[in-house]
Design a protein around this ligand. Structure first.
Ligand code: GLN
Ligand code: ZN
Length: 762
C-alpha cells in the first residue's frame, strides 16, 4: 500500500503568501519578490512531504489565488476585458481575481462562489463565444520540473475538463458541449506535454461527479473522457473525486481507460458499498480517501484500517489518501503553544495528517514499530477527552420535546400582536447589525485582549461607540436601530468564546479566498451558555433611545457551519446543543426588554448537501428545526428576525419560510432580485427585507437607484410585508460612505412611501 494527498495548503504556514501578496497589491514589493516567496513555500512543502514518506506528492496544487482560475487561464480562458488592460501575465490574473482600477482601465472582478460544501471560495471563470481555447501556458509542467530539480517526483494536479465546463460561466450563445471538443484537445496537449517530460502520474480532479448526475451529464462526462484518454501516452491518469461519492457514474467510471480512481470514503457515504457491489478492476489503482481533509481531528486508526482491510480484498493496488485537498485544514499543530498537550493530542492539521499517512502505512505493512504506533492511537481513542462531556447538556438535549420546535401562536396572530406592540410604520427601515469596524474599534478590542486596558475602559469605549451610533441612526431617520456589534471580532468567534465547549487556536488559519483566511473555532465538547452574552450591550443601546433596538445573535446552524465540528457526536446533536444555548440568550434578551431579536443564519444555505436528494433528509430536516428551537419560546409580541447572506435559496423557499421567523432580510442587490419571483410564486409568508444596496462596495447608491430597487420589490411583494435595509452588515465599510448610503436609503423609502400613500390599505 502507498500513500497520497490530493493537495496541500499554499498560503504558507505563517501566511507568508498572504502578506507578500498584499504587499504586492500595495506595490511595496516586486513580482520577483512575490515569486520568490511562492517558490520557497512550494519547495519547503515538497521537501516536507517527501521527508514524511508520502508516495504521491502533489504539484501544481499551488496557486496565487485560486486553482479553478489557474486552470481557466492555462487554457486561455480569459475574458477580453481583462486582456484589454494589457497588464503583465500575473497582473491580468489578479485583475480577474480582484478587479482592476488604475491607469489602464476599470474592471470588476470575476464572480466568486463557494467551492462545493466548503468555506473556500473559487473564482467563476467566464468564457466568451470567440474565446480560442488552447494550452496557453506550461504551469503544470513548470512546477513538475521545479520539484524534479529538487529530486522530488510529483504528481501534477489539474482540475478536469468536466468540472471546468460545469463551473464556467457562458457569456455568449455557446454552451459546454460547444466548447468541449477544443477543450479536450487542449487538455490532451497538456497530457502529451507532461508525458514527454517523463511525468509518471497526473491527478485529474473531477469533483463535479459527486453531484446527482442526470443521464445527459453522465454521457457528457464519458464522451469527454473517451476522447481525452486517447492522448495519455505513457503517463498514468488518476481520476480524483472528493466531497462525496460517485454513485451515479461508478460502474462506467471504472471501465474507462484510467489508471487510478480516487474516491472519498469520508463524505462519500456510498463509496465502500460501490466498490464492494461493483468490484474494482484488478489492473487499476484505488486511491482511498480515508484521512479527512476537511476536519482537524486525529484519525482513528482502527476504523481506517478496518476499511483498508475490506478494500484490500477487492483491490489489487491500494493507495491510502486524504479525502480531499488538505487546503481546508490549517498547517500545523506545533505552533499552538496555548493548547494543552492533552487537547492537542486529539488533533491533526495538515502536517500531522502527513504523519498519520506514514504511520498507517507502517501499520498496514506491519513494519517494526507499527504495533506501538497502533497502540498509542488506540489509547488516545479509548479515553474520554478532557472536559468534553457535560451530562447536564446531554440530558437537556435529549429532553427536547416536539413543542419546543413550534412557536405559538402562528404567524398571522403574531403579525397582529406585533403591530400593536411595535407600531412600526409601513416600509420600516433598519440595518443588518454591524456598523463600521474602524481602527479605533479594533484597537479597543485588541488592547483589552492584550491586557493594555482594563474591562471598565474596554466597556466604556464600546458604550460611547454605541451611544454615538444610536444617535447617528436616529439622525439618519432609521426606524429599527442596532447597537452596532463593536464588541465582535467575528459573528461566530464572539459567541464561541463565551460558550462552554469551544476551543480556539492562535495560528490555525485556513484560506477562505485569495489572501483572505479564517480561523474557525473548534467545537471540543458539549456546548452550553455559562452567562448572558449580548444582553448588556443590547440593553445599554436600548436605554439610549425610544426607538426599538434589535438584539443581535448568530444562529446555531451558522455557528456550527463556521466551526470545526465534532466527530464523536452527530452534527445535528451539536447544533441542537448550540440552539439551546442561543435560545437562553433570546429569552434573556426578551426578559430584559428587547422586543426585536435578529438571529443571523448567514451560512444556512452554505452547507446544503451537494446532492439534491440529500437536502432534506441529511440537512434541512434538522437545520430548520434547530433554528425554530432557538426562538419558539418568545411572546407573540416579540419580533424575530433572521438574516441570510446570499439569496440563493430559490429552490428551498418552503424550508426558509418554515424557519417561522417574523422577518427575514437577505442579500439581493447583486443577484438582481431574482429571488422576488420565487417568493411570489411560493406565496412566501415571512416579511422580507431584500437588501436594497450592495454593501460589498464602497460605492454610495443614489436615492433614485434605491427607489428603483424598492419599486421592483413592491412589484412582487405586498407593501405590508416589505422592510427596507442594506444587503448585509456594514462592518467592512467606512463611516462616510455608510452614513451617505443610509441617508439615501431613508430618503428613498420616504419618497416611495409618499408616492404610495393612497394605495396602501389599512
Ligand atoms: N449581523 C451581522 C452583521 O451585521 C451579519 C453578518 C453576516 O450576515 N455575514 O455584521
Ligand atoms: Zn449577511
Amino acid at each position: 500500500m502507498q500513500t497520497s494527498i490530493i493537495g496541500y495548503p499554499r498560503i504558507g504556514h505563517s501566511r507568508q503568501l498572504k502578506f507578500q501578496t498584499e504587499k504586492y497589491f500595495r506595490q511595496e514589493i516586486t513580482e520577483d519578490e512575490l515569486q520568490a516567496t511562492a517558490k520557497e513555500i512550494r519547495h519547503s512543502q515538497w521537501q516536507q512531504q517527501a521527508k514524511s514518506g508520502l508516495d504521491f506528492i502533489p504539484s501544481n496544487d499551488f496557486s496565487f489565488y485560486d486553482l479553478l482560475l489557474d486552470t481557466a487561464v492555462s487554457f486561455n480562458i480569459v475574458p477580453r476585458r481583462y486582456q484589454d488592460l494589457a497588464l503583465s501575465e500575473l497582473d491580468t490574473y489578479f485583475a480577474q481575481a480582484r478587479g482592476y482600477q488604475g491607469d489602464k482601465g476599470d474592471v470588476k472582478a470575476l464572480a466568486m462562489k463557494k467551492w462545493f460544501n466548503t468555506n473556500y471560495h473559487y473564482m467563476v471563470p467566464e468564457i466568451e463565444d470567440d474565446t480560442p481555447i488552447k494550452l496557453a501556458n506550461s504551469q503544470a509542467l513548470d512546477y513538475y520540473l521545479e520539484a524534479k530539480q529538487l529530486g522530488i517526483e510529483t504528481k501534477p494536479v489539474i482540475i478536469g475538463p468536466f468540472t471546468l465546463l460545469k463551473k464556467l460561466r457562458y457569456q455568449g450563445k455557446k454552451t459546454a458541449s460547444d466548447f468541449a471538443p477544443d477543450l479536450v484537445h487542449a487538455y490532451g496537449q497538456l497530457l502529451e506535454q507532461l508525458d514527454q517530460a517523463g511525468v509518471q502520474w497526473v491527478q485529474v480532479d473531477e469533483p463535479d461527479l459527486v453531484y446527482d448526475l442526470e443521464a445527459a451529464d453522465q454521457a457528457f462526462f464519458l464522451d469527454i473522457y473517451q476522447d481525452l484518454l486517447k492522448y495519455k501516452g505513457q503517463v498514468k491518469i488518476l481520476l480524483q473525486t472528493y466531497f462525496g461519492d460517485v454513485r451515479d457514474i461508478y460502474p462506467r467510471l471504472i471501465e474507462l481507460d484510467l489508471d487510478g480512481v480516487g474516491l472519498d470514503f469520508v463524505e462519500g457515504r456510498k463509496s465502500l458499498e460501490l466498490v464492494q457491489s461493483y468490484g474494482f478492476p484488478s489492473d487499476k489503482w484505488l486511491f482511498a480517501g480515508l484521512i479527512n481533509g476537511k476536519n482537524i481531528w486525529a484519525n482513528h486508526y482502527q476504523e481506517t484500517l478496518a476499511i483498508l482491510q475490506e478494500l484490500a480484498t477487492d483491490v489489487n493496488h491500494l493507495v491510502l489518501s486524504s479525502s480531499c485537498s488538505l487546503l481546508h485544514v490549517p498547517y500545523r499543530l506545533e505552533a499552538e503553544d496555548q493548547l494543552p498537550p492533552q487537547y492537542k493530542a486529539h488533533f491533526a492539521f495538515a502536517e500531522e495528517k502527513l504523519k498519520e499517512l506514514a504511520e498507517l502505512k507502517a501499520i498496514f505493512k506491519e513494519t517494526d514499530n507499527s504495533q506501538s504506533l497502533y497502540q498509542s492511537n488506540q489509547d488516545l481513542f479509548s479515553q474520554d477527552r478532557p472536559d468534553a462531556k457535560d451530562p447536564a447538556v446531554q440530558k437537556r438535549t435529549q429532553a427536547i420535546t416536539q413543542e419546543l420546535f413550534t412557536r405559538q401562536p402562528a404567524l398571522k396572530e403574531r403579525v397582529t400582536a406585533q403591530r400593536a406592540s411595535l407600531n412600526l410604520p409601513l416600509l420600516p427601515t433598519t440595518t443588518i447589525g454591524s456598523f463600521p469596524q474602524t481602527r479605533d474599534v479594533k484597537k479597543n478590542r485588541a488592547d483589552y485582549k492584550k491586557g493594555r486596558i482594563d474591562q471598565d475602559q474596554y466597556i466604556a469605549f464600546n458604550q460611547e461607540q454605541i451611544k454615538a451610533y444610536i444617535k447617528l441612526q436616529e439622525e439618519i431617520g432609521l426606524d429599527v436601530l442596532v447597537h452596532g456589534e463593536f464588541e465582535r471580532n467575528d459573528m461566530v468567534e464572539y459567541f464561541g468564546e463565551q460558550l462552554n465547549g469551544y476551543l480556539f487556536t492562535q495560528y490555525a488559519w485556513v484560506q477562505s479566498y485569495g489572501t483572505r483566511c479564517v480561523k474557525p473555532p473548534i467545537i471540543w465538547g458539549d456546548v452550553s451558555r455559562p452567562h448572558a452574552m449580548t444582553v448588556e450591550w443590547s440593553t445599554y443601546a436600548q436605554k439610549q433611545t425610544n426607538h426599538f433596538v434589535k438584539g443581535m445573535l448568530t444562529g446555531p446552524v451558522t455557528i456550527l457551519n463556521w466551526s470545526f465540528p465534532r466527530e464523536d457526536i452527530s452534527i445535528k446533536e451539536s447544533t441542537y446543543q448550540i440552539a439551546l444555548a442561543i435560545r437562553d440568550e433570546v429569552l434573556d434578551l426578551e426578559a430584559n426588554g428587547i422586543q426585536i431579536i435578529q438571529i443571523d443564519e448567514a451560512a444556512l444555505r452554505e452547507k446544503l448537501p451537494l446532492r439534491q436528494s440529500d437536502w432534506y433528509s441529511q440537512y434541512l430536516d434538522w437545520a430548520i428545526p434547530a433554528f425554530r428551537l432557538v426562538h419558539s419560546g418568545v411572546q407573540a409580541s416579540t419580533q424575530i428576525h433572521t438574516h441570510m447572506c446570499y439569496s440563493e435559496f430559490t429552490d428551498i423557499i418552503p424550508a426558509i419560510d418554515n424557519m417561522d421567523a417574523d422577518v427575514i432580510t437577505f442579500e439581493a442587490s447583486r443577484s438582481k432580485l431574482e429571488i422576488l419571483d420565487a417568493l411570489k410564486e411560493n406565496n412566501f409568508q415571512t416579511q422580507v427585507g431584500p437588501g436594497v444596496y450592495d454593501i460589498h462596495s464602497p460605492r454610495v447608491p443614489s436615492v433614485e437607484e434605491i427607489k428603483a430597487t424598492i419599486y421592483k420589490i413592491l412589484d412582487k411583494v405586498a407593501i405590508e410585508k416589505v422592510w427596507i435595509n442594506p444587503d448585509c452588515g456594514l462592518k467592512t465599510r467606512h463611516v462616510e460612505e455608510t452614513v451617505a448610503s443610509l441617508k439615501h436609503l431613508v430618503q428613498a423609502r420616504e419618497e416611495v412611501y409618499h408616492e404610495n400613500q393612497g394605495t396602501i390599505q389599512g
